[in-house]
Design a protein around this ligand. Structure first.
Ligand code: ATR
Length: 281
């Protein structure tokens, strides 16, 4: 634990619930590696008190906040400035102090892009299959389009929900999970954005059908617990490369920290942080 004194900068997380969050561990570890006098604290905030919480945080001089479920959309009303990407995604997970209040950012998308980069998955000009259409998929879709994906197939349990989120986008096809057979054979990047397979449900996989995995050349499962999900096992057993979501989690934290502290985190510190998080995962 960092020593707290009169010049300690306060960072935190607002959400409901916040008991199971891993963010304090990541940010406090990062702060101690960088030698920053910072403490990161989780705050449980009820939806009806969100505005008061943001104003109160500013009044207290809190340097920055992460925002999690259920506040990522509603908090956009209470920011002083909003980053263009966060506006387009329609969700904010980071508030960094500026004059008069906070600027809202989305580092889920940038965290995902940094993970793709670090595992050398190149999206530009490629066809991509996205499994799921919830909050996480919104940030992933924004990143994939920004990186120049050619065609994106979004497969979701609720087609209506996927249509409502992504139906107007060009070069996006929306279908149910059983419709994967309609996708032309080839080698695709696949991003697993559903909650299926999350621990303790380790053996579940959103598409059980083995034939699907012949389409997958490289994949990221946004889940990082278990370390190797059932989805990842299927991808690798069919010759593809598969990565979990731990790097995305870490990079979204690192990107948030960079906005909070208005400085870059060196790559060697990030790699050291990753090794520790992976070891403890
Ligand atoms: P997150 O913020 O993690 O994306 P979310 O917004 O609740 O969480 O989205 C969860 C995703 O997992 C959705 O795509 C959801 O499908 P629906 O849109 O049809 O609800 C998907 N999901 C959750 N449980 C599922 C299950 N048992 N089978 C298939 N998909 C599931």
């Amino acid at each position: 634990m960092n020593e707290v004194n009169g010049s300690t900068k306060i960072l935190g997380l607002i959400g409901d619930p916040v008991e199971h969050t891993g963010s304090p561990a990541i940010h406090n570890l990062l702060a101690s590696k960088l030698g920053d006098n910072v403490i990161y604290v989780p705050f449980r905030v009820k939806a009806k008190r969100l505005e008061e919480a943001v104003e109160g945080a500013y009044a207290l001089g809190i340097e920055g906040l992460n925002v999690t479920v259920p506040h990522k959309v509603e908090v956009m009303q209470y920011v002083t400035e909003l980053d263009d990407a966060a506006l387009e995604i329609g969700a904010v997970n980071t508030l960094a102090k500026v004059r008069g209040g906070y600027k809202g950012y989305n580092t889920d998308f940038s965290g995902f892009m940094r993970e793709l980069d670090s595992v050398d998955i190149q999206v530009n000009g490629k066809d991509v299959i996205v499994l799921g259409a919830g909050g996480a998929a919104k940030a992933v879709m924004y990143a994939l389009r920004r990186l120049g994906a050619r065609q994106i197939y979004v497969l979701n349990r609720s087609i209506e929900k996927a249509e409502a989120l992504f139906g107007r986008l060009s070069n996006v096809s929306i279908m149910g999970f059983d419709d994967w057979k309609k996708i032309a054979s080839g080698q695709y990047i696949c991003i697993q954005c559903t909650s299926v397979g999350l621990s303790p449900d380790d053996n579940s996989c959103v598409i059980e059908d083995e034939g699907f995995y012949d389409l997958v050349e490289s994949a990221v499962d946004l889940i990082y617990k278990p370390k190797e999900t059932a989805f990842m096992k299927k991808v690798t057993s069919h010759g593809g490369k598969a990565y979990n979501g731990l790097r995305m989690l870490m990079y979204q934290a690192v990107s948030s920290y960079e906005f909070f502290m208005k400085k870059e985190v060196p790559e060697d510190i990030t790699e050291e942080l990753y090794r520790e998080l992976d070891h403890n995962n």
